[in-house]
Design a protein around this ligand. Structure first.
Ligand SMILES: O=C(O)c1cc(=O)[nH]c(=O)n1[C@@H]1O[C@H](COP(=O)(O)O)[C@@H](O)[C@H]1O
Length: 273
């Protein structure tokens, strides 16, 4: 998917919501456990109930890998279902990969070719040759961790290196990578006060913003400091949308939560137009 197609979808739906498919067999409604593939059954119901309110889905790969081959099959069914029934959706493999060049190429093939995701999350710690193999794929997007939502972000990401925070070095250096126009960045919603500095370095790049809802980040603050003329934000919520009910009505409950987020986003977009 091109960035222009993503922006067009955001404008049409008046939403920049990404629903996180962090599907955990211990948290899904128990009546689904008798299904042949409970993870896929859950994801399909959530996707069918929310697709008109969001612009993307982000399965976190850990939740699938945890179940071995069975989980990987559920992941494959989920991305195939999305690509077949809702091809307009921006799909994110939240895998946080990155390794020496030839290994990164295999990761890129796994997520961009075998599974046909639009994007993948990447840890930038190993530098240029670990990121550029992902950037070689046309119309695919590489989402680099810049400033993460968790407390451990302060261990390294905000530490000074030659007078500048490490996350700023990540932003500045990654701009010099080949095909850097295919980069997006993760900035946690819990770090909204850093967004002005971040936008000074990357004024236009799309940000994937997790951490609203369960982690306590504020949608309004993220938009105040992080929004661009093309919106430039993909705000993710996982637990805050998918686990609203343990009963038969779980999909409608997730729709209500997605609707509340979409309406808040629509208000913000209308206020700014
Ligand atoms: O890359 C991510 O998506 C990510 C980065 C980050 O800094 N913080 C963060 O929470 N995430 C992911 O975003 C999702 C957040 O889930 P909820 O807190 O349930 O909305 C999880 O899949 C996390 O792994």
């Amino acid at each position: 998917m091109t960035t222009q197609e993503l922006v067009a979808q955001i404008r049409t739906k008046k939403s920049f919501l990404v629903v996180g498919l962090d599907t955990d067999l211990e948290k899904i409604p128990s009546h689904l456990l008798k299904e042949e593939d409970p993870i896929f059954a859950f994801n399909k119901a959530i996707i069918d109930a929310t697709h008109d309110l969001c612009v993307g889905y982000k399965p976190n790969i850990a939740f699938y890998e945890a179940y071995g081959i069975t989980g990987w099959k559920s992941l494959e069914k989920t991305i195939n279902y999305l690509n077949e029934h809702y091809p307009e959706q921006f799909t994110i493999a939240d895998a946080k990969r990155g390794d020496i060049g030839n290994t990164s190429t295999r990761y890129a093939k796994a997520f961009f070719e075998s599974l046909n995701f639009d994007s993948v999350t990447i840890a930038p710690y190993m530098g240029r040759d670990s990121v550029e193999p992902f950037l070689a794929f046309e119309d695919k997007h590489t989402i680099v961790l810049a400033l993460t939502s968790n407390q451990g972000a302060f261990d390294f990401q905000t530490q000074l290196i030659d007078g500048s925070e490490l996350y700023k070095k990540v932003l500045e250096t990654s701009k010099t990578y080949t095909n850097s126009d295919r980069l997006m960045y993760v900035v946690g919603a819990t770090k909204a006060e850093y967004l002005t500095d971040i936008r000074a370095i990357i004024p236009d790049a799309f940000l994937l913003v997790p951490g609203v809802g369960a982690q306590g980040g504020s949608l309004e603050e993220v938009c105040t400091y992080g929004m661009t003329k093309d919106v430039g934000l993909l705000v993710n919520s996982s637990r805050g949308i998918i686990y609203k009910s343990q009963d038969e009505d779980f999909a409608e409950a997730s729709r209500d939560a997605a609707k509340a987020m979409q309406q808040a986003m629509q208000r913000i977009l209308e206020d700014r137009s």
